[in-house]
Design a protein around this ligand. Structure first.
Ligand code: GLA
Length: 742
């Protein structure tokens, strides 16, 4: 049993294989957090000693018990305006203007299986794979009911959390903040590891000590954003890849979010995560309910790599849906960097033929095939093919690609509209614009008001018809600006604070309908590269274009940061031309291959511009990729270095430890180089591994690599020393396989 309730101490224990999470019904029915950490089979209600620390108020009923305060006791879901001055989880205002939430346990229930969230993506499980605890809290005076939901995934060491808020009164009330979860870590010192960035430089890892302040990451952009990712790790300052306590917290949400970490006066650290509260105000009519997005929590005492492995498996098996969640993804070639807007059907077919000849399986026609879109200023919203470019229509192109033995994909940006489009001319009020003001434009485009059901219905019918008639096998679902001018003509003044969240609910409704109706179509998420790379989108799109930056050396840090939370199979990674279009850097084709194999693999170049030798190399790359694909998709990803040294290395290890691919890329050319030494990880120490393949740049002195067989122990404890590699950005790839017993 994953969930147990102890009647005597009034505590719940939520157990996974290696972790326990405990909470207790405390004095006056307050729900106190007790413990989250290594697996424990006894209750920890003895841990938190009430203390009078002055200027921390006491509940009225406790009168002179000055040592008991909500301001000092660990809380499961902090209220507001009720004595806890730390980060609040919820803020409301009643019709009478009373704000505050004083929450106490009303009832609870344990259920088999995993709860679902209406209209929101959330983890799924078979009935036997998860259990749900529902604890209902209430603020009687405000007629407010808050249901805390816990999904316990025993084998995965994951506990999901979500919250449903209901107005049980007879007058409306307003939600001004509604977090998905609150986690108090009452003892110890913690570092915050988070992933920040900008366009083309997403998810850079930054590790900061949690001092006596509030650290806040988030996005107010209407998308989870390039700038911050809705995922963070709290770890011991001494935690490394291989040891130490680590908590991972990831929102399955793609809109504006906020994750705050506060160390309070007593040294206790609190994390509160959920929808961003700035500009948020949700009106709850009597009887109405609001669901907060899911928060995915994981804990390990075995370091950052173990945390990543638990999260990777969880995302692969309980977030990603559809046939491609478990099926190998086709090797694709995307035309964006091959042609930008400069193409027609003939050119696409020429690229497709060349691509097919190399072994590519899916041809994706990127932006520019619809309306009269010769640049990025026009036609979004008019999703019919440009007859100048595709005189035979989309169907005919798709049919020709299919006849070549290729799958066919197209680029779409359904959430947006260009001023120069028939859609905008017909429905100017469908764009997010504030009355009496000129809107902000982003990439010369406006965002559609997806908070309006009629806009969502229009898009889903139009897209369904497009997918139906064209027969495409793949959609790249892009989103190339952030939201501004949040105003919807359909909502009354006191509901305007709902638009950003309703927009994302509209995106989810659309994706939900389309992915259900077209289960064989592979959807790849994108927002100017990785501007919406989150577990919410992954519930519909099992892969997401990680960054518009395809420079393999820049990608090292982007993919390094992304790998902490997200598995390689979800990270779109393509080989592009050299010199690179974003940085101008020249890199070897082998290095571009090496870096792209750490993700959902593909190409982003014109195969017609390759030399015969490069074409031959790419044929071999695709064959190699296929032979390693099960290992890359389903094995575990191990970071072997950090992102700061002269080289970056990682390995993919099969979960039965039978095969291992080691990749290393040099970031700096060094004179008189130091030994290039690596210790592999996670192997079977007793087993003998055969070095079946080793790839170094030509001219490398590989005498040192003569030895072909190593015990797992030798590879892990002594490690291996690779020969020095010269030149710009060389890489090494080693493939090791466990020796056959016979
Ligand atoms: C975004 C995407 C690119 C490409 C362009 C097309 O920037 O991230 O990959 O599809 O749009 O306009």
């Amino acid at each position: 049993m994953g969930i147990a309730f102890d009647k005597i101490s009034q505590t719940w224990s939520l157990h996974t294989a290696d972790t326990s999470y405990q909470m207790q019904i405390g004095p006056l029915g307050y729900l106190l957090h007790l413990y989250y950490g290594r697996r424990l089979d006894e209750s920890t209600e003895y841990l938190h000693l009430p203390r009078d620390c002055g200027f921390s108020p006491n509940p009225y009923e406790l009168q002179d018990e000055r040592e008991w305060s909500l301001d000092t006791m660990p809380q499961e879901y902090s209220g507001s305006n009720c004595g806890d001055y730390r980060l609040s989880s919820i803020r409301i205002e009643t019709a009478d203007g009373i704000s505050g939430a004083d929450l106490r346990v009303k009832s609870w229930e344990i259920r088999r299986g995993k709860y679902e969230l209406e209209g929101l993506p959330s983890a799924y499980a078979r009935e036997d794979d998860a259990e749900t605890l529902s604890v209902i809290l209430q603020d009687e005076a405000a007629a407010l009911e808050v249901e805390l939901l816990y999904g316990v995934f025993y084998k995965q060491n994951v506990i999901t959390r979500a919250v449903r808020i209901t107005n049980r009164g007879s007058a409306p009330l307003y939600l001004d903040k509604a977090a998905s979860g609150c986690l108090d870590l009452p003892f110890g010192e913690w570092d915050l590891l988070h992933f920040h960035g900008r366009y083309a430089v997403e998810r850079q890892a930054e590790r900061l000590p949690v001092g006596n302040s509030v650290l806040s990451i988030g996005s107010k952009r209407g998308a989870s954003s390039h700038q911050h990712n809705p995922f963070l790790i709290l770890c011991e300052p001494s935690a490394t890849e291989d040891s130490g306590e680590c908590y991972g917290a990831m929102l399955a949400y793609s809109g504006s979010f906020r994750m705050d970490v506060e160390k309070d006066q007593g040294g206790s650290v609190r994390l509160v995560a959920g929808i961003h509260d700035e500009g948020f105000r949700w009106k709850l009519e009597p009887g109405a309910q609001f669901s907060c997005p899911e928060l995915i929590l994981s804990y390990t005492h075995r370091g950052l790599t173990a945390l990543s492995h638990d999260l990777h498996r969880f995302i692969r098996e309980h977030i990603c849906r559809g046939i491609y969640a478990s099926r190998p993804r086709p090797v694709l070639l995307n035309t964006w960097e091959a042609a930008y807007f400069d193409f027609d059907g003939e050119k696409i077919l020429r690229i497709a033929k060349d691509a097919k000849d190399l072994g590519v399986e899916l041809l994706v026609m990127d932006d520019g095939w619809f309306g009269h879109r010769d640049d990025d200023r026009t036609s979004l919203g008019d999703w019919t093919e440009d007859s100048r470019k595709l005189p035979g229509g989309l169907e005919s192109l798709v049919e020709k690609l299919h006849m070549m033995g290729l799958k066919a994909g197209i680029w779409l940006e359904p959430e947006m509209v260009s001023e120069d489009s028939d859609l905008y001319r017909k429905h100017p009020d469908w764009a997010l614009i504030m009355p009496g003001r000129k809107p902000q434009i982003g990439r010369s485009q406006l965002a559609l008001d997806l908070s309006r059901p009629e806009v969502v219905d229009y898009l889903s019918e139009m897209l369904s018809a497009l997918l139906q008639r064209s027969g495409v096998d793949y959609i790249k679902w892009d989103m190339n600006r952030n939201l501004t001018d949040l105003y919807s003509s359909e909502l009354p003044p006191d509901r305007q604070g709902e638009i950003a969240h309703r927009y994302i609910l509209g995106v989810y409704t659309l994706l939900d309908r389309l992915t259900r109706e077209f289960p064989r179509v592979l959807f790849e998420g994108c927002a100017g590269g990785g501007g919406r790379f989150d577990a919410g989108m992954l519930a519909y799109c099992p892969q997401i274009w990680c960054s518009d930056n395809t420079d393999p050396i820049a990608r090292l840090n982007i993919q390094y940061g992304t790998s902490f939370g997200y598995p390689p199979a979800t990270i779109g990674a393509h080989i592009s031309a050299s010199p690179n279009h974003q940085t101008g850097r020249t890199t070897p084709l082998e290095t571009r291959f090496c870096v792209a194999t750490a993700g959902a693999f593909g190409y982003e170049l014109d195969p017609g511009k390759l030399s015969t030798e490069e074409q031959e190399t790419i044929r071999k790359q695709i064959r190699d990729y296929h032979s390693w694909q099960p290992l890359l998709d389903k094995g575990d990803y191990w970071r072997l270095t950090d992102d700061r040294g002269s080289f970056v290395a990682w390995q993919n290890l099969a979960s039965d430890r039978s095969e291992c691919l080691v990749s290393l890329v040099m970031r700096e050319a060094e004179a008189n180089p130091r030994p290039l030494h690596l210790r592999l990880k996670g192997l079977d120490p007793e087993a003998v591994y055969v070095l079946e393949e080793q790839r170094f740049p030509s001219g490398t002195d590989i005498k040192a690599m003569k030895k072909r067989c190593f015990t797992g122990a030798a590879l892990m404890y002594a490690g291996i020393t690779l020969p020095a590699m010269r030149g710009d950005y060389p890489c090494a790839i080693l493939y090791l396989k466990i020796q056959d017993e016979k």
